[in-house]
Design a binder for this molecule. Structure first.
Ligand SMILES: Cc1cc2nc3c(=O)[nH]c(=O)nc-3n(C[C@H](O)[C@H](O)[C@H](O)COP(=O)(O)OP(=O)(O)OC[C@H]3O[C@@H](n4cnc5c(N)ncnc54)[C@H](O)[C@@H]3O)c2cc1C
Length: 215
């Protein structure tokens, strides 16, 4: 039975990035997913990088580190991840309460700047001038999520990481059981997105899950 230091279940952006980082830190890593092209959340994501949105010191530090690293990540991974810096417009309808919306962003690292509707339409000509009162504007960034994951996984493989395409049926104490066999690992990291809960339940593992809420 193959024994990895870490076996990561899920090759979305979370599993791919973590696998790459662990492999290049010297661990023996496997990433397992049910398909080379899974219809996962990462594939359907807009790829927005909201590095302005951290509301705690830790999140703000992580956001700053991320935006410091993204511009050079294509070169590091050897693949174009489609990184670009863009303006994000958060449009408001005439009936929206501008002060209340502004208040909901007051804990973010960067507070959005208000611009009137004429300026918003100059920034994004596809906006309907009549339907908005204006917009909050932020410096934002974007990547192509599929290219990002492809880049991470290719760099992971080049560094000696192992990609496995099988469906995990159950999490074991030291590895996983797939539809065909068991794969040994000293540690298993679950990056299965929305499917993770079902896998935990099927494996008889129960613990509280917490989701951070903005503000
Ligand atoms: C329409 C949309 C737009 C979004 N836009 C943004 C955005 O602009 N910015 C942003 O930051 N976030 C955005 N998100 C959220 C973001 O896409 C997700 O938070 C992120 O992709 C989650 O990645 P993940 O790796 O955790 O999970 P996933 O991408 O879902 O990957 C989980 C993987 O686990 C695999 N898996 C599951 N169960 C098993 C099993 N039993 N055996 C083997 N493999 C298994 C799946 O096949 C899948 O590949 C968006 C989401 C959607 C749906």
């Amino acid at each position: 039975m193959t024994v990895f230091d870490w076996l990561i279940c899920g090759s979305g952006v979370t599993g791919a990035a973590l696998g790459y980082e662990l492999q290049r830190s010297g661990f023996r890593v496997g990433i397992i997913d049910r398909s080379p092209q899974p219809a996962n959340a990462t594939r359907f994501s807009y790829g927005g990088v909201p590095y302005w949105s951290g509301t705690t010191e830790l999140m703000q530090t992580l956001c700053q580190e991320a935006i410091g690293r993204y511009p050079a990540l294509s070169e590091e991974l050897g693949d174009d991840i489609g990184f670009r810096e863009i303006k994000l417009l958060l449009t408001l309808s005439p009936e929206d309460d501008r002060d209340a919306v502004a208040q909901s962003y007051h804990n973010c690292a960067t507070v959005p700047q208000w611009c009137d509707r004429q300026t918003a339409v100059e920034l994004e000509p596809l906006l309907n001038l009549e339907a908005i009162s204006g917009a909050f504007v932020l410096d934002h960034a974007q990547v192509d999520p599929e290219s990002l994951v492809r880049g991470y996984l290719q760099a992971f493989s080049r560094s000696g990481g192992t990609l496995i395409y099988e469906t995990v049926i159950e999490l074991l104490e030291q590895g996983v059981r797939t539809e065909h066999h068991s794969i040994g690992a000293n540690g298993v990291i679950l990056c299965a997105g929305g499917q993770g809960r079902r896998l935990l339940k099927r494996s008889g593992i129960s613990f509280p899950l917490f989701f951070p809420m903005p503000n």
